[in-house]
Write a protein that binds this ligand. Structure first.
Ligand SMILES: [Zn+2]
Length: 412
């Protein structure tokens, strides 16, 4: 692969703006050299890009999506600068297929997956998948999902997930009361505290981080007591001191998924309109459509306040959207731009705090030491945008070029 030199760029390295006029050399798919001031001399045959007036960022990461076997989701995400997505429950075989594709192609986002979530019989997410998916063979697939009951079943589950390439473990704590959907069983069966503890412990013994689905305060406290490292959603209930302390005790992070909360409640229609302005047809319809699955008593303002409070208390916020082709109100990659916009304009983040939440904070917490920052030796997963998103988050939409493994895959 040929070398590329990006010159005269403002550089946001994933943590801070380290240069207003810096130079980054890409060789063999990695960042080989960075100069914050003096120009670099390009090797023979090197492509040179004058990035004056532009900002270079690490490729963005969406810490909560559902890929299933949807390659198009990955082709779309990368066009918006999202070079890695974290897949929060999938068929093991489907992930293996997707993983093979992401290893061969640079024009798709890379995927880190939990493979199967830690499911119990008739528990989450089978209840919602049955309602939103009409796919053939669904019942057959669901019947093969883990039905965890005891330590032995958990050990087998983790072994098999690891063998399929799982990078972390996802726990499920959802009784269905947070939504107005017509679940056949309510409450939906949930794992006991003892079982969740076992899942966390066995994951940790295997060097795997744990992240949990929970949508209300009761479930959030339950999984934090079980020892999880992070929450895959922010709760839809008003934040309490007990919640803040429980996060602190575990040093847990939160992945807000405001994009899906807004779709669930039917709010933020004006801003979805704004982000959908470049789309047409079915793509536009999907982003403008809403799930409308939370009760009228819920307002997303409660979640904004919660995310702000957690951030102010020093809790790590990791950008994630819950994007999936099954979930209306989201669009791969573009929903990350919307999510970041809401952190800044609704949750009182600085643009820099928002960008950190979608880059170094995720790679740091998940232990992905090869990405998430502009650093010599890391993968050349990069985004170049016109203007300065560290000052105005809207500029994240002005994408000029996206590189994955050093290959320019999007050019405007
Ligand atoms: Zn999800």
């Amino acid at each position: 692969m040929s070398a590329t030199l990006i010159s005269n760029a403002r550089i946001f390295d994933g943590v801070s703006v380290v240069s207003e006029c810096g130079h980054v050399l890409i060789e063999s798919g990695r960042i080989s050299q960075i100069s914050l001031r003096e120009p670099l001399s390009p090797p023979a045959g090197c492509a040179i890009i004058d990035a004056s007036g532009c900002t270079l960022l690490p490729g963005l990461i969406d810490a909560h999506v559902h890929v299933w076997r949807d390659v198009e989701l990955l082709e779309t995400a990368i066009r918006y600068g999202v070079t890695t997505v974290l897949d929060m429950h999938n068929e093991r075989e489907w992930f293996k297929g997707i993983n093979a594709i992401t290893q061969q192609r640079n024009d798709v986002s890379d995927v880190k997956s939990c493979c199967y979530g830690a499911t119990i019989k008739n528990g989450w997410p089978s209840a919602i998948v049955r309602l939103v998916s009409q796919e053939e063979g669904l019942e057959d697939r669901i019947s093969k999902w883990p039905g965890l009951t005891d330590k032995k079943s958990v050990e087998d589950f983790i072994d098999q997930n690891k063998a399929a390439g799982a990078a972390f473990t996802k726990l499920m704590q959802e009784d269905g009361h947070t939504m107005t959907l017509p679940f056949p069983e309510r409450p939906v069966p949930t794992p006991s505290l003892e079982l969740q503890k076992t899942i966390v412990d066995v994951s940790h013994e295997n060097g795997m981080l744990t992240v949990a689905h929970a949508l209300n305060n009761h479930s959030t406290l339950h999984v934090l007591r079980a020892g999880v490292d992070g929450l895959a959603h922010a709760s839809i209930e008003p934040i309490t001191e007990e919640i803040v302390q429980a996060f602190k005790k575990n040093n847990a992070f939160v992945i807000p998924t405001l994009a899906i909360h807004a779709s669930s409640s039917g709010e933020e229609q004006e801003t979805r309109d704004k982000f959908a302005s470049s789309l047409q047809g079915a793509e536009k319809e999907h982003l403008l459509g809403c799930l409308h699955i939370t009760s009228d008593k819920f307002s997303i303002k409660t979640v904004y306040e919660q995310v702000y409070t957690l951030k102010e208390a020093g809790i790590d916020v990791l950008c994630g959207t819950d994007t999936s082709s099954h979930l209306a109100g989201t669009r791969a990659g573009l929903s990350v731009h919307h999510e970041l916009w809401m952190y800044v304009n609704r949750c009182r983040f600085t643009p820099l705090e928002a960008l950190i939440s979608a880059t170094s904070k995720i790679s740091d917490r998940f232990g992905f030491s090869d990405r998430g920052m502009i650093q010599e030796g890391r993968l050349a997963d990069l985004v170049l945008v016109a203007g300065d998103p560290t000052q105005s988050i809207d500029a994240i939409g002005n994408i000029k070029t996206v590189w994955r493994n050093g290959e320019a895959v999007v050019r405007n």
